[in-house]
Design a protein around this ligand. Structure first.
Ligand code: GLN
Length: 455
């Protein structure tokens, strides 16, 4: 009830939610009744959970931020949603996002932008700005997001929250509407590292319905966070700092906060090691070929026949006319831009030059990480180059929007896990800043230890 009251009080300003679950209180009451009956419940039972609208749910509509899916009801729950329900978490509502998770500001939502609770004129990051804003505005204690190129970590950075992109394959993608299948991962957005660990524990683990799901048995991430908060895990920890990442690309307040965090790490016994990952900065260029290629293919299923919207032009339209009118009306400009980019990059004659080259760069980035992790335990970067920018500031400049993802994208290309935790407020504009840690694939627990120690 407290969270529903908070949503009623602030969400007309913040617009974190696309849908609030009318069944939330009844679900919470059912948990209370089970508890009263002496049933053994999961520690998170009864805790409300905000769910990014990219995840399908049977009891609430799922739009992925698009008009083409307006009012769509899924016949099944995403695996992460099913696991959350099974643990007794109460779905609180569906959160706003850039259409089909394409964007860094939530301005590309077909349902209007979300606003940053720290400053309502500014963006909450994207694509999962709704989940991050909901947590930052105390409209939800926990949220789920998805991260294809930073959509969990960058919103966390600009809203002063914690966001985790798990190792690729660590969390099921079943029922997460695909943006780029080789990059997508679902993960937690919360106020503390421990909260993320608790939620990550609920959603992690093998799912036979996702063909890229790992069969690993994961350690408890909540325990890793508790260990980090308690112990002196920073002593002797080798933290890599990328020498090719130029200071100049970062807002002074972001760079200063990053350096202050490194000093804090060092003061607590960590060793800062300069490493070289020469292809890191080419991640953006490779990603914006690989992602549109995969997205253009994934979005082909929105054909006016199987899902959602159907627009039938006047006269005697052919099937192609109906598909074309539906996609024209149902998709926004950013989605159309990426479909065009992707089909072009995949077309005969250009495939090797664009998609093929991008895949080679992806391999080089993976090899950079492999070499770096022979020298260091984790890599640290600022989570994004700037603090929250103003709504409208970059909307007409896609390249500026894409460059915002420079620090987050390489983790998705390499499949390694990443966390963004708050590192304070920028000394130039007073807005939240995050520090990102990356670890080798399957070493997500390391991020929880380090994150909780620094928190
Ligand atoms: N900003 C990136 C993009 O626009 C990230 C998207 C994501 O992680 N879903 O593609």
């Amino acid at each position: 009830q407290a969270y529903l009251d908070r949503i009623a009080a602030v969400d007309s300003d913040v617009h974190a939610f696309l849908h609030v679950n009318e069944g939330a209180l009844a679900a919470a009451d059912a948990i209370d009744a089970s508890r009263a009956a002496g049933e053994q419940l999961h520690p998170l039972a009864g805790v409300p959970l905000a769910i990014k609208d990219v995840l399908v749910t049977t009891d609430q509509p799922t739009t992925s931020g698009s008009k083409i899916l307006e009012g769509y009801m899924s016949p099944y729950d995403a695996t992460v949603v099913a696991r959350s329900r099974a643990a007794g978490l109460v779905p609180l509502g569906k959160t706003n996002m850039d259409e089909f998770a394409m964007g860094s500001s939530t301005e590309h939502s077909a349902y209007g932008p979300t606003r940053n609770p720290w400053d309502l004129d500014r963006i909450p990051g994207g694509s999962g700005g709704g989940s991050a804003a909901a947590v930052a505005a105390y409209e939800a204690p926990l949220a789920l997001g998805s991260d294809t190129g930073g959509s969990i970590r960058q919103p966390a950075h600009v809203t002063g929250t914690v966001g985790v992109k798990p190792t690729y394959g660590g969390v099921s993608r079943y029922g997460a509407i695909a943006l780029a299948s080789s990059l997508d991962q679902v993960g937690p957005v919360t106020r503390t590292v421990l909260d993320s660990g608790l939620l990550h524990d609920v959603i992690a683990g093998h799912d036979p319905r996702d063909s890229t799901s790992l069969t690993d048995a994961w350690p408890s991430f909540a325990d890793a966070a508790r260990e980090g908060a308690r112990g002196d895990v920073l002593k002797g920890l080798k933290v890599g700092v990328i020498k090719e990442l130029p200071d100049s690309g970062f807002q002074p307040g972001v760079a200063a906060s990053f350096r202050a965090s490194l000093d804090l790490l060092e003061a607590n016994g960590a060793e800062i090691v300069e490493i070289s990952t020469p292809h890191f900065e080419y991640g953006v260029a490779a990603y914006y070929l690989i992602l549109p290629a995969e997205a253009s293919s994934n979005l082909a299923k929105f054909d006016s026949v199987r899902f959602g919207l159907r627009v039938t032009p006047d006269g005697n339209p052919t099937v192609e006319d109906v598909m074309s009118a539906t996609r024209d009306a149902g998709f926004g400009d950013e989605v159309k831009r990426r479909i065009i980019l992707g089909t072009y990059a995949l077309s005969a004659g250009y495939y090797d030059a664009y998609y093929g080259s991008a895949q080679k760069v992806r391999t080089l980035i993976q090899q950079d990480f492999d070499r770096a992790f022979e020298q260091v335990d984790v890599i640290a970067t600022p989570s994004a180059p700037t603090t929250a920018f103003k709504i409208g500031e970059r909307i007409d400049d896609p390249l500026q929007m894409y460059l915002n993802d420079v620090t987050t994208i390489p983790a998705n290309l390499a499949g390694v896990p990443g966390i963004s935790i708050p590192s304070g407020l920028a000394d130039d504009d007073g807005l939240p800043v995050g520090i990102q840690f990356l670890a080798p694939a399957r070493e997500d627990a390391r991020l929880y230890r380090v994150g909780a120690a620094l928190e």
